[in-house]
Ligand binder design. Structure first.
Ligand code: SF4
Length: 346
């Protein structure tokens, strides 16, 4: 049977020190290797120019560099959004989306192949759940795209395919690797993890005092209404979610963002806007992003312009900041909730 080498991307300093120790290599080489892997755009072992040949030969025995293979990229008509397709070593396909807005360049990373949460408005949900991505597969989307684009990537959102908090360990490890000052050195303020509301993991995130930004996809103003749109509500009730959110902001003293996908005749009434004001006023340091729905082939529609305006006008009296976000890249199915691999084999 052919031996499968494990990729080095995704390993943290502790993992690399263990590799050095196993082969009797001085531990300072681990830090050098870490720096090479994450601070430089390397393709293969030939790019590791200042590491001893003997060390590289040891690494080559059991390892390769990248866990992902680039397949293709597609640009939106505006050229401001770019969708990237990658293949994992198990043969699954995943997508990442790069969005340009002035000097801000945001990369949206996938964390799972498909998703089990079955949010009714989401294209990824239609794929079902296939597998979790490991930390290397999550981080390599960033590293391979960084090699291909001219402008520096300024922000990361874990908001692509999958529910990040159902792959908690690998997502948090990838986020720490993005933040590590010895490598990519991205500020925690520029890294956002977005969840559909996995309450036990919100509590863990709070308890472990993670400094990354947190966003919660709310999308409903009563338990019943939200359950119809997001079945996760059946086991993670709206009340409990808001309670965990409140405790997060109180304990962390950080801002929390609620995302609200606006769906015609499902959650777009004046009563919904009023309920949102009541529910979120309870939570210190929160803001609300309203996202008019990007239609996919399904049962949901975007409200018309008048309805969106009426909803937004009502929210003007809210004591928390409210913004409207029009997804970019909808012409290439790269908008919020549109990511899905139509045929997961290539
Ligand atoms: S919206 Fe997010 S959590 Fe919900 S099904 Fe889609 S990918 Fe999963």
């Amino acid at each position: 049977m052919k031996k499968v080498n494990s990729p080095l991307i995704g390993k943290n300093l502790t993992d690399l020190k263990e590799i050095c120790e196993k082969h009797g290599v001085e531990s300072f080489r681990a830090k050098q290797l870490f720096n090479w892997l994450y601070s430089n755009d390397i393709k293969d072992f030939n790019d590791l120019t200042n590491l001893p040949k003997v060390f590289i030969n040891i690494l080559k025995l059991d390892h390769c560099i990248h866990p992902l293979e680039f397949v293709q990229s597609t640009k939106s008509n505006s050229e401001l959004t770019n969708k990237f397709l990658f293949k994992t070593r198990s043969g699954s396909l995943i997508e990442s989306v790069l969005m340009n807005e002035g000097n801000r360049v945001t990369l949206c990373l996938s964390t799972q192949v498909g998703c089990a949460l079955d949010c009714k408005f989401c294209a990824t949900a239609k794929m079902g759940f296939k597998e979790n991505l490991n930390s290397g597969e999550i981080l390599d989307q960033y590293l391979l795209i960084r090699q291909k684009v001219k402008k520096p990537i300024t922000n990361i959102v874990f908001m692509g395919m999958g529910e990040p908090f159902l792959n908690y360990k690998n997502v948090i490890k990838a986020a720490h690797l993005l933040h590590s000052p010895d490598g990519i050195n991205m500020s925690t303020k520029r890294i956002t993890i977005s969840t559909a509301g996995v309450i036990d993991k919100i509590k863990r995130f709070t308890k472990e005092k993670e400094k990354f930004k947190l966003a919660i996809s709310l999308n409903g103003t009563t338990n019943e209404q939200r359950s119809l749109i997001m079945p996760i509500t059946l086991k993670n009730s709206l009340d409990d979610l808001l309670d965990a959110s409140k405790k997060y902001t109180e304990s962390s003293k950080r801002w929390l963002t609620f995302e609200y996908v606006l769906l015609k005749e499902r959650n777009d009434t004046v009563e919904d806007a009023n309920r949102l004001i009541t529910l979120l006023t309870e939570i210190q340091r929160c803001k609300l992003n309203v996202i008019p729905y990007n239609e996919i082939d399904g049962e949901f529609q975007r409200p018309n312009q008048n309805q969106i305006q009426t909803f937004m006008n009502k929210l003007r009296s809210a004591r928390f900041p409210v913004t409207i976000r029009w997804s970019k890249g909808t012409d290439i199915d790269a908008g919020c909730g549109q990511l899905a691999i139509k045929n997961n084999s290539m």
